[in-house]
Design a protein around this ligand. Structure first.
Ligand code: NDP
Ligand code: MG
Ligand code: MG
Length: 333
């Protein structure tokens, strides 16, 4: 089993007297900055002041600085910028201000693992990656809990990297949910696999294809939406609380019989083989290269895919149906 640490296994001492600069005030940034500040850590934020996130940081009592300024004052620098922009911000605004014993902190292993950021030997390199969206990280902390987090020490320059990482993990709330000790490699590769194959990529394609099959067979799109999209939440909630066993206990015998009868025909040994291929493509750096190459050209392929899926019929009918269900707190995109 993976080594798991809690509040009692460490302390906030690793950040005592230190200034933590959180770069970016988006999903993860706003949670790390506020949770650490509420834990008594001295936190400064770097963000553009005029953007929505910048304004939010000001509203939350921070005084957002340019990245250069924040890094100059910092002992610990936490990168909560989009993965694709981290390397250039690092080169331009972090490298000139690096000093012995400084700590660079990441919330995802991508740039360190794929060496798009290569810090010098005199700085600590650590990761605290909460296993949840930033808003949950903040919300759970406010309720007195915390989201389970992965922690890793990539480079220990001064013998204090682990103390700093533990203090960060505890300060952000991870010590309440469990701090699992891992490597940048394992965090990065499993995170990419999960989001590509199951959570985001796999699920989006299941929804779109299921919707298309029903509507192409002549069923009303409204009914297709309910069956292949809306009801997902109910199923996920059951799985979240009690795994597949509880979900299968709760659904009808008809649904459970059909689950075993048809599921393996849809996701079969060939699908599993392609999942393994996707993992290889992640491990050998092929995915990272594709992502970097497209980013460097201005994301032409990425933008084209977004445009293509934005107006998929499941999105059109979904929007109308959600407006009939105000209790879902619908979001217009
Ligand atoms: P967001 O897109 O939510 O936020 C990015 C922030 O970076 C914004 O505040 C943005 O400012 C700022 N920013 C963007 N471009 C620049 C730039 N060129 N120079 C300076 N600041 C910039 O990012 P996420 O929180 O989603 O992701 C951050 C990191 O956290 C990534 O490494 C990601 O993999 C990781 N992560 C994310 C999770 C999540 O829940 N989203 C979960 C676990 C890890 P502005 O608004 O002004 O543009
Ligand atoms: Mg991810
Ligand atoms: Mg049904």
């Amino acid at each position: 089993a993976i080594e798991t640490l809690y509040d009692k296994d460490g302390s906030l001492d690793g950040l005592a007297g230190k200034t933590v600069a959180v770069l970016g005030y988006g999903s993860q940034g706003h949670a790390h900055a506020q949770n650490l500040r509420d834990s008594g850590v001295k936190v400064i934020v770097a963000n553009r002041r005029e953007s929505a996130n910048g304004k939010l940081a000001i509203e939350h009592g921070f005084d957002p600085l340019p990245v250069d300024e924040a890094v100059k004052q910092a002992d610990v620098v936490i990168f909560t910028l989009p993965d694709e922009v981290q390397p250039e911000v690092y080169e331009k605004s972090v490298v000139p201000h690096l000093k012995d014993g400084m700590t660079l902190g990441f919330t995802h292993g991508f740039n360190i693992h794929f060496t798009t950021i290569e810090p010098p030997k005199n700085v600590n390199v650590v990761m605290v990656a909460p296993k949840g969206p930033g808003h949950t990280v903040r919300w759970e902390f406010e309720k007195g809990g915390g989201v389970p987090s992965l922690m890793s020490i990539h480079q220990d320059a001064d013998g204090k990297a682990k103390d700093v990482a533990m203090a960060w993990a505890i300060g952000v709330g991870g010590g309440k949910g469990g701090i699992m000790v891992t490597s940048f490699k394992d965090e990065c590769e499993t995170d990419l696999f999960g989001e590509q194959v199951v959570l985001c990529g796999g699920l989006s394609e299941m929804i779109k294809n299921g919707f298309e099959v029903l509507t192409e067979a002549g069923y009303p799109p409204e009914m297709a939406y309910f069956e292949v999209c809306h009801e997902l939440e109910l199923i996920i909630n059951l799985i979240k609380r009690g795994g597949l066993n509880y979900m299968r206990y709760s659904i009808s015998n008809t649904a459970e019989f059909g689950d075993y009868y048809t599921g393996p025909k849809i996701v079969d040994a060939d699908t599993k083989k392609r999942m393994a291929d996707a993992l290889k493509h992640i491990q050998d750096g092929g995915f990272a290269k594709a992502f970097r190459d497209d980013y460097e050209k201005g994301f032409p392929w990425f933008k084209q895919q977004k445009e293509k899926d934005r107006n998929h019929p499941v999105e059109q009918v979904g929007k109308e149906l959600r407006s009939m269900m105000p209790w879902l707190d619908p979001v217009e995109m």
